[in-house]
Design a protein around this ligand. Structure first.
Ligand code: HEM
Length: 173
C-alpha cells in the first residue's frame, strides 16, 4: 500500500498509510492551529450565552469591546491566519483571556475537551482521507464563510465542496 502525506496549506502534517488515529492529533500542529483560528474568528457559542456582550460596556474602568476581534490583541484581526498560533503558547482552554471560545473559570464549557478532540479528529480524517476540491469554476475566494447567528453560530450558507476518497477502500481501516 502506498503511503500518504497529509497536507494542509503548504504544511506537512502527517505521513501514514491508514486513517488518522487519535494519538496522531498531538503531532498535527498546523491542523490544531487551524482549529484555534476558526474558534477565534467564528466562536460557535458567541451569542448563545446569556451574559455575552451585545453592546460595548465598561467594566471596572475597562472598555469591553462588542464581540469582535480586538486589533490591539490580534494583528490583522479579520484575516484567517492559523500561523498566528504556531510557536505560540496561546491556547483556547480558558487560560488566555484574548481568546475564550469555551469561556473560563467556573463557566468553562464542560464539553471543551470532547469538542476539541472531535473537531480536530474529524477535520484531520477528512483532509487526510479525501481529496477536497471546489466545484468547477469556483475559486477559494468564492467560498462563503459568513455566519448566521442563533443559539449557536453556524454557516449562513452550506459549504459546497467536492470530496473524493484518496485512501484505498480497505475494510481493515
Ligand atoms: C466547539 C464546541 C463547543 C464550544 C465552542 C462550546 C462553548 C461553550 C460556551 C462558551 C459555554 C458557556 C460558558 C458560559 O456560560 O460562560 C458552554 C457551556 C456549556 N457547554 Fe459547551 N461548547 C462546545 C461543545 C460542547 C460539548 C461537546 C458539550 C457536551 C458534550 C458541551 C456542554 C456544555 C454545557 C453542559 C455547558 C453549560 C455549562 C454550565 O452552564 O455550567 N459543550 N459551552
Amino acid at each position: 500500500m502506498p503511503s500518504f502525506v497529509l497536507h494542509l496549506g503548504s504544511k506537512l502534517l502527517l505521513k501514514t498509510k491508514g486513517l488518522v488515529e487519535e494519538p496522531d492529533l498531538r503531532n498535527l500542529e498546523y491542523l490544531q492551529a487551524v482549529v484555534k483560528e476558526t474558534l477565534r474568528l467564528h466562536p460557535p457559542a458567541m451569542l448563545g450565552v446569556p451574559h455575552s456582550t451585545t453592546e460595548a460596556p465598561k467594566v471596572a474602568g475597562y472598555d469591553i469591546p462588542r464581540q469582535h476581534p480586538d486589533p490591539k490583541v490580534w494583528e490583522n484581526p479579520f484575516k484567517f491566519d492559523p500561523s498566528r498560533f504556531l510557536n505560540s503558547r496561546m491556547d483556547v482552554k480558558g487560560q488566555h483571556y484574548e481568546i475564550l471560545p469555551f469561556s473560563s473559570g467556573r463557566r468553562l464549557c464542560p464539553g471543551m475537551n470532547l469538542a476539541l478532540v472531535s473537531v480536530a479528529y474529524t477535520l484531520a480524517q477528512l483532509v487526510h482521507a479525501c481529496s477536497i476540491s471546489l466545484p468547477e469554476g469556483l475559486t477559494p475566494l468564492d467560498v462563503d464563510v459568513e455566519q448566521r447567528f442563533g443559539i449557536t453560530v453556524g454557516k449562513r450558507n452550506p459549504l459546497n465542496l467536492l470530496l473524493t476518497r484518496r485512501l484505498p477502500s480497505d475494510k481493515s481501516d
